[in-house]
Design a binder for this molecule. Structure first.
Ligand code: NAD
Ligand code: GLY
Length: 364
């Protein structure tokens, strides 16, 4: 087992990474076991696979489990699911000491985390991610929330977990398309701040797709290290330039795809992949990336079996949707762009016509 830590201003928390951790879980701290019960949030796909194992693991920590099982999918990252969690917590008389445990991918994690942030003004939260995307990104860092019909992740809160438990064995049941979607966020870390990791990914994408255990463990650990460093430096994404916002490379374009097509049509990671290509193309138009670098980026995403162009929504519709992004400040579209492979910046000076041209050339 590898243990990393996310160092926050007020406290630190561990990320445990290893094979078989659902069966051999590290000891939980007393503040989490005090209630002798945990509320597990999962969904209709993940619960049949892993809820029994998690319940056994909780029993070994001296805790009973009460579970709420949500419908599966991005389309259910909404008020109705959140409400179902609150209903369950209240009818089961969960109190302020009952930890909420998210068992699933990023959708379950974001929903359960938002419930934990708001139920009785906040209860302890534990993440047990079961998708590659959730292991390398959404389970770490405390962003929680739900979608709104007008915009992705528009309602939410920062609520850090007490710990993150990553059992890499759960990836054996993950569908291929979901594995690829997770690779988009892995590749993102290489692009924004870790050129050596990007080069490693160029050499190891096929091993990752083949689910080589050592390659996956390495990619998860290195991604979590990158995420933990970024979050430690700018927990609430308040840095004027750069900072945590850099984790959103490709996301402003990607969120427009997800909202524009309807949630769940494209996977989050797929939309991010097409968004990364748009950001790379815009960076080339600004004279920062070379054609060769953009081609390297496209190639590694293609090899990861990810889309490298967006759906034909039309540049005007993309820009309308992107205008609602949380990174819009004082009416200016602040994008994450690449100065080089391994070096990202936040940039609000890109001319609208250039953004539109980059979208047009990378969609349809
Ligand atoms: P997801 O949660 O929908 O999971 C993908 C699919 O895989 C689902 O059908 C799920 O039921 C299934 N699944 C999960 N684990 C499985 C397993 N081990 N075996 C078989 N099937 C399994 O999607 P995701 O890609 O994990 O997460 C995407 C979400 O995460 C988006 O809503 C995105 O906005 C959010 N996100 C949040 C953050 C953050 O910082 N909070 C960061 C990135 C993404
Ligand atoms: N996934 C973006 C962030 O955690 O900030």
């Amino acid at each position: 087992m590898i243990t990393l830590h996310v160092e926050l201003a007020a406290r630190r928390y561990p990320i445990y990474i290893g094979s078989g951790l659902l069966a051999r879980m590290p000891a939980w701290p007393e503040e989490l076991t005090r209630a002798k019960r945990a509320a597990v949030v999962s969904n209709a796909v993940v619960a049949p696979l892993y809820l029994a194992r998690l319940t056994q693991a909780l029993l070994a920590q001296g805790m009973a489990a009460t579970a709420v099982i949500l419908p599966d999918g991005e389309a259910h990252k909404d008020w109705a699911s959140l409400s179902a969690i609150y209903d369950h917590l209240l009818t089961q008389r969960c109190d302020r000491t009952t930890p909420i445990v998210a068992l699933g991918g990023g959708v379950v994690g974001d929903l359960a985390g938002f419930a934990a942030a708001t139920y009785q003004r906040g209860v302890p939260f534990v993440q047990v991610p079961t998708t590659l995307l959730a292991m390398v990104d959404s389970s770490v860092g405390g962003k929680t929330g739900i979608n709104h019909a007008l915009g992705k992740n528009m309602i939410g809160a920062f609520w850090q977990p007490r710990m993150v438990i990553i059992d890499t064995d759960t990836l054996t049941t993950l569908p291929d398309r979901e594995l690829s979607a997770g690779l988009a966020e892995v590749i993102k870390y290489g692009l924004i701040r870790d050129a050596a990791f990007f080069a490693w990914l160029e050499g190891n994408i096929e091993a990752l797709l083949a689910r080589d255990a050592a390659a996956l463990a390495y990619a998860i650990e290195r991604s979590c290290r990158n995420k933990a460093e970024v979050v430690a430096a700018d927990e609430l994404e308040t840095a004027k330039e750069g900072g945590r916002a850099l984790l959103n490379l490709g996301h402003t374009f990607g969120h427009a795809i997800e909202t524009g097509l309807g949630y769940g049509e494209w996977l989050h990671g797929e939309a991010v992949a097409a968004g990364i290509v748009m950001a790379a193309e815009l960076s080339r138009r600004l004279g920062w990336l070379t054609e060769i670098e953009v081609a390297r980026i496209r190639r590694v995403l293609e090899r990861a079996r990810l889309p490298t162009s967006g759906p034909p929504l039309g540049a005007a519709r993309y820009l309308e949707l992107m205008g609602r992004d949380k990174k819009v400040l004082a009416g200016r579209l602040r994008l994450v762009l690449l100065r080089a492979i391994g070096e990202a910046v936040t940039w609000a000076e890109a001319p609208m016509e250039e953004i539109a041209r980059a979208i047009e050339s990378c969609s349809g």
